[in-house]
Design a protein around this ligand. Structure first.
Ligand code: SF4
Length: 423
């Protein structure tokens, strides 16, 4: 059985960035201890559900603490969560264990402590090197803090660091973006621990301060042509600095691709735990209840032992007048559907084939494994998507190499239009 990637969601931040619509909160600090206890309970429960279903202890090859700002966890809390994961699952000896962190939230002591607990990769949200852009984004740090965080992490023994950057900002010229790239690549030249760079094109999400500023005219809408030029510039600069472009938005030094995210892009199973997390395992896609307080209540109301007997439990008594959803009434109680799962469905072959096409094509060198697809689904890819593939090859958006289907250079810029064909 393919080992799982394990995602743990930590929904706490010190302040809200102006563009952020993630499931994270700045006013729930008091909840953090109870949340960590609930998350540890969910980890144990999912392990127990696998055992109750007669499955071997799930094997896990990567752990990813995402958020939110996981670096707000105390080392003791990180230890509790990793301890629960090691007890519930069989964690690979060389598992990649990543933690997202914000510059300005880490100290030398904290870094040494979490490294000692087994965290071996950090992903720093740097976003920009320019003070005006960091202020626009509502970031709580400057670029100097990013450099200090990298130095402290290196001194603590980390040799595998990712930096996240954002381009396509309102008013950001190609030259502005070039300054951020130059500053980051200069940092990477002096800090070999920086092995990975992720670039995100800003999208202005509903309900964010940035969307309000756009509507009231405080900022101008970003220009997509400028963003395309910025992406092209980044590709050239990162390649020249020795970072390989292995996924549409991700570059890495050889052998330092993010093993956790590659699981998503190969459309392989993963366990997502914690408020609002998504998972794909046991033939289900599922989502955990989104609100952290509701999440904690769910885990407190239904302890692991109660949920470890699939199909034997009556639907839990409800409080108040709200009708329970079908998902709640029918489950959870089967691997991997913990008591905190709010919605789930079985993944049928059509959905699985579509997901596989869309995610594997994101991997620029690896692409879609045609033989692997035929083995997995019992049908050749060329049969399932004959018209789509023929048209996309004619338009020179896809090409073939060594039994794999890949985006062309042109296809990388028009990837959303390619993926749309496989939905
Ligand atoms: S630090 Fe990250 S998760 Fe937190 S508010 Fe900013 S963008 Fe959102």
């Amino acid at each position: 059985m393919t080992p799982y990637a394990l995602y743990l969601h930590i929904p706490f931040c010190r302040q809200r960035c102006s563009y952020c619509d993630f499931n994270t909160y700045t006013t729930l600090n008091d909840l953090q201890p109870a949340y960590v206890a609930a998350l540890a309970a969910e980890i144990r429960q999912v392990g127990a559900l696998a055992a109750a279903a007669g499955e071997p202890r799930p094997a896990v090859r990567t752990v990813f603490f995402g958020g939110g700002t996981p670096s707000l966890l105390t080392p003791a809390q990180v230890g509790d969560l990793l301890g629960a994961a090691r007890a519930a699952f069989t964690l690979d000896g060389d598992a990649e264990i990543t933690m997202e962190a914000n510059p300005g939230t880490v100290s030398a002591e904290w870094l040494a402590a979490v490294r000692g607990l087994g965290v071996n990769r950090l992903s720093f949200g740097v976003q920009s090197a320019l003070p005006g852009e960091l202020a626009l984004l509502g970031r709580a740090h400057d670029f100097a803090a990013a450099g200090e965080a990298v130095d402290m992490a290196t001194a603590a023994g980390f040799d595998n660091l990712n930096l996240d950057l954002i381009y396509g900002l309102p008013g950001q010229s190609v030259a502005d973006w070039g300054q951020t790239l130059a500053a980051v690549l200069s940092l990477a030249e002096s800090a070999p621990a920086i092995t990975h760079i992720s670039l995100y094109c800003l999208t202005i999400e509903p309900g964010t301060p940035m969307q309000r500023w756009l509507h009231n005219g405080t900022i101008l809408a970003p220009d997509p042509d400028t963003a395309a030029d910025q992406y092209e510039l980044a590709g050239r600069e990162l390649a020249a600095a020795g970072f390989g472009h292995y996924e549409i938005s991700n570059w890495a030094r050889p052998g330092r691709e993010c093993r956790h995210n590659v699981v998503y892009w190969r459309n392989e199973p993963y366990l997502g735990l914690g408020a609002g997390a998504h998972g794909l395992a046991g033939g289900y896609r599922y989502q955990v209840v989104r609100q952290p307080r509701a999440y904690v209540r769910r885990m407190e109301e239904r302890p692991p032992t109660a949920a470890a007997t699939p199909g034997r439990r009556p639907p839990p008594r409800r409080r108040g007048g709200r009708q329970r959803s079908l998902a709640e009434a029918a489950g959870p109680g089967r691997f991997p559907l913990s008591a905190a799962v709010a919605a789930y469905h079985r993944v049928d072959a059509t959905e699985a084939m579509s997901d596989t096409a869309i995610t594997q094509l994101r991997l620029l060198d690896e692409g879609l494994d045609m033989a692997g697809f035929a083995t997995r689904f019992g049908r050749p890819f060329d049969d399932v998507y004959a018209n789509e593939v023929r048209q996309l090859e004619e338009w020179q958006l896809l090409h073939r190499r060594d039994g794999r289907l890949l985006l062309t250079e042109r296809g990388r810029f028009l990837s959303n239009q390619v993926f749309y064909r496989f939905v």
